[in-house]
Design a protein around this ligand. Structure first.
Ligand code: GDP
Length: 302
């Protein structure tokens, strides 16, 4: 995923501006800022964030304008690129004071929420494998009774990954299935119990009501929202709506292997002030990486 040539455009803008002998430092900064703003907006980053970013970059670069004006062209270029890089990192890096750490020999319930097709079921299995490899006893619960075939999908993934699972072909009430699954795994001393919930194509009141009920019943230690990296501008609105009802504590960003524009994801993180913890980089179980703001921004910049 690349923010459509943002890195290249910044590079070109800076090269062009500093190659003009007549141009002073401030003009270089201004023309480069214009290019960055255009590129970010074209890539679905929310306009408010873009203006915040612009103001921050500008104040950093111009705060020492007299000294900076003495820099060589190569140094100016480096300084500008580093400032842009740092500011983009700040946008996606919500430092949580105490990130969720599951405890061994305790039942840690983790609930997944997100729209249908976002990659929820796939990510549940990926996270289950991640913890299983680290020595936790992990179980998967399918509380999606809305979509026909949801349980079969989770079951197939779980069998392939050798993760115990729970679900029902007959019980239509997702809250009941979630409760039974979590109780069963708790009794069997499972340390991580991952609950996959239903999604819809759109955010609907009934979906949010269902999530609230499941959450009140299984009392998750961590709620994770799964977000498709390619949904663009809709990401911000969607994340805010989920945050209000499900109050998720972290995000898994999926389909980072595609050619999607990544600006929506940046907006989602910044507007909900919630950290991305993992990224999905493909359809297979092991296509799963811990999120790092620096490598995310490096990839964005191409
Ligand atoms: P759910 O409806 O939210 O449970 O979504 P699924 O887990 O069924 O995923 C929907 C589709 O996206 C499936 O075809 C998955 O294989 C695919 N998918 C999920 N995560 C990723 C990812 O990180 N990269 C790619 N390329 N495909 C993904």
């Amino acid at each position: 995923m690349v923010l459509a040539d943002l890195g290249k455009r910044i590079n070109n803008a800076v090269t062009y501006a500093i190659s003009n002998e007549q141009t002073d430092y401030e003009t270089t900064v201004q023309s480069m800022l214009k290019e960055i703003v255009t590129a970010l907006l074209e890539n679905d980053v929310n306009i408010k964030l873009v203006s915040r970013l612009r103001a921050n970059i500008k104040s950093t670069l111009l705060s020492n304008a007299d000294d900076n004006a003495k820099l060589t062209n190569a140094q100016t270029k480096k300084l500008i690129q580093k400032t842009v890089f740092d500011e983009l990192c700040n946008l996606v890096d919500c430092e949580v004071t105490s990130p969720f750490q599951p405890k061994k020999r305790q039942s840690n319930v983790i609930m997944f929420v997100g729209l249908q097709g976002s990659g929820k079921t796939t990510s549940c299995t990926k996270l289950a494998v991640y913890y299983s490899k680290r020595g936790f006893k992990v179980g998967l619960v399918c509380a999606d009774t809305f979509r026909a075939g949801a349980f079969d999908q989770l079951k197939q993934n779980a069998i392939k990954a050798k993760i115990p699972f729970y679900g029902s072909y007959t019980e239509p009430n997702p809250v009941k299935v979630a409760k039974e699954g979590v109780e069963k795994f708790k009794k069997e001393k499972f340390e991580i119990i991952i609950v996959d919930t239903s999604g819809r194509h759109q955010q609907e009141d009934s979906l949010f009501q269902e999530m609230v009920e499941i959450s009140q019943t299984v009392k998750p230690k961590q709620t994770i929202m799964v977000l498709d990296a390619s949904i663009g501008q809709a990401a911000e609105h969607q994340s805010k709506a989920f945050k209000e009802s499900a109050d998720f504590g972290s995000i898994i960003l999926t389909k980072m292997d595609g050619h999607a524009r990544g600006g929506g994801a940046i907006s989602a993180v910044a507007s909900t002030n919630t950290p991305i913890i993992f990224i999905g980089t493909g359809e297979h179980i092991h296509d799963f990486e811990k999120f790092s703001p620096k490598s995310f921004v490096s990839k964005l910049l191409g």
